[in-house]
Design a protein around this ligand. Sequence first.
Ligand code: ADP
Ligand code: MG
Length: 323
Amino acid sequence: MGEFALIEEIRRRCSVPRADVLLGIGDDAALLLPRGGNELAVSMDTLVSGMHFPHATDAFDIGWKALAVNLSDLAAMGAEPAWATLALTLPDLDTDWLAGFCDGYAALAREHSVALVGGDTTRGPLTVTLTVHGFVPAGQALRRDGARAGDYVLVSGVTGEAAAGLTCVLGVLPRSPDETDRAHLLGRLNRPVPRVALGLALRGLASAAIDVSDGLHQDLGHIAARSGLAATIRTDRLPPSAALSRVGDGAQRLRWQLTGGDDYELCCAVPPDRVADAQAAAAALGIALTVIGHFEAGGGVRVVDAAGAAVELPRGGWEHFSA
Ligand code: ADP
Ligand code: MG
């Protein structure tokens, strides 16, 4: 299979019809119809083999996750996904790998009606870069800089399970999980579910939002910094995970929940009088949205226990190029 057969295979396996795609894969550029009255939200994420996923990761999971992490960014903006472009760097032309990758990508793309409208294909160490485009009605995006003093900090679902899943892959879990927990934790690592519907539901309710990709503590810090505020997290309010409590002790659990990466949950700021509405909107989607702290004047992120005593964090979240 040469480069053009490969592109044709991607086009065939990943196709999702959309009326706003006038011209998709196959020309020098795609022709797309922007939506009137909307802003275009654009985001790009790269996954590098051995860095963002272990080399042995299943091709289906890589395809799924490449799109999931990008849709998670649109979710965090309150944007509705529409289009994607894919830059694929492959060490060789492995048709089975490509089929698996496309099927994983397409499974999630169909769920969210995302059309793959173009890309680029090159040879080199396995690297997947996706750009996603989505719409948000003018002025309604959930930005990082909108939190106000007095807002609560809320987080969707449960954090820490993907990090425990990675620990599981690396074979260094303090207590070995049973098959059910193992499958659950690996699922959280390899098949994250982007909170797209929740992001849309939070428009008009949340004053700021971010998706949790590098650890809750660090990502909440981005909202705090951009909003010019301090944030406090109460450890006793963190959403509990039965699987986590079976595979790790208290300190390890806290480390996963606060600094583990790859959660792809939404963390948001919500004014006190909107919390009940936000939680009801999340509940209607079958998603827990838990109050874990608050914002106030100042800077930085404090972690405290139920009594208000400071809790020491072992280390910060994930950062490239850090020593
Ligand atoms: P050019 O040489 O003009 O850049 P390419 O041969 O790279 O054209 O691409 C031909 C067509 O295939 C273009 O429409 C491009 O967007 C699309 N394409 C190339 N690689 C990919 C890919 N990995 N995924 C999706 N579309 C791709
Ligand atoms: Mg090209």
